[in-house]
Design a binder for this molecule. Structure first.
Ligand SMILES: [Zn+2]
Length: 191
């Protein structure tokens, strides 16, 4: 019954797409990788296909996800990076053995050391997180303005003024809320 699972939010940045597999952290949280199989699905969508995933590997993945979330949040507000989160990110990065492969078409692909090495995929995600938290890439870490979300996202807009982690979800909801509030105000003043 895979159709019953929540959809993935697809972003352009691997590490923050990954942290987005848990959304609404400050509201009614939505777990988008509730089972090992959904992690397999998510990895496939993100160019890190594996054959299988154990519950222990899913635990590792979720631990990495929350560590990236904690470190990216601290980086976004220019706070000290939490040491335990940094440790987890580094451990996952060190233990990954994926290789970057250049295709004849000039694209980068990841080759995992074996088809069941979820750890390799997590290493790629950890390295991606390191590159954005370390400020190596063109963009800025920011926190989503939605109070129930507050997800850390990587703003690559030219003005660096993006407010929401995702325009289609948080951005839209906020716009609707504002519209409804204005609407209520105008109907009240018409009375
Ligand atoms: Zn958001």
């Amino acid at each position: 019954m895979r159709a019953d699972f929540p959809d993935f939010r697809l972003g352009k940045v691997l590490a923050t797409s990954f942290t987005g597999t848990l959304s609404e952290r400050h509201g009614d949280a939505v777990e988008r990788i509730p089972t090992p199989h959904r992690l397999v699905d998510w990895l496939a969508v993100n160019g890190l296909a594996v054959d299988s995933c154990t519950p222990a590997q899913l635990d590792l993945a979720r631990e990495l996800r929350e560590s990236i979330h904690a470190a990216a949040t601290a980086a976004a507000i220019r706070d000290t990076l939490p040491a335990p989160a940094v440790q987890v990110i580094n451990d996952r990065s060190v233990q990954g053995r994926a290789a970057a492969i250049l295709t004849p078409e000039g694209e980068r692909r990841w080759r995992l050391s074996s088809a069941s090495r979820v750890e390799d995929a997590l290493g790629v995600i950890a390295a991606d997180a390191i590159s954005i938290i370390a400020g190596e890439r063109d963009g800025k870490l920011a926190l989503c303005a939605s109070p129930t979300c507050q997800a850390a996202f990587f703003d690559t807009s030219q003005s660096r003024t993006r407010k929401w982690c995702d325009m289609n979800t948080c951005g839209n909801r906020q716009k609707k809320a504002r519209f409804n509030a204005n609407h209520r105000k105008s109907t009240r003043s018409a009375e």
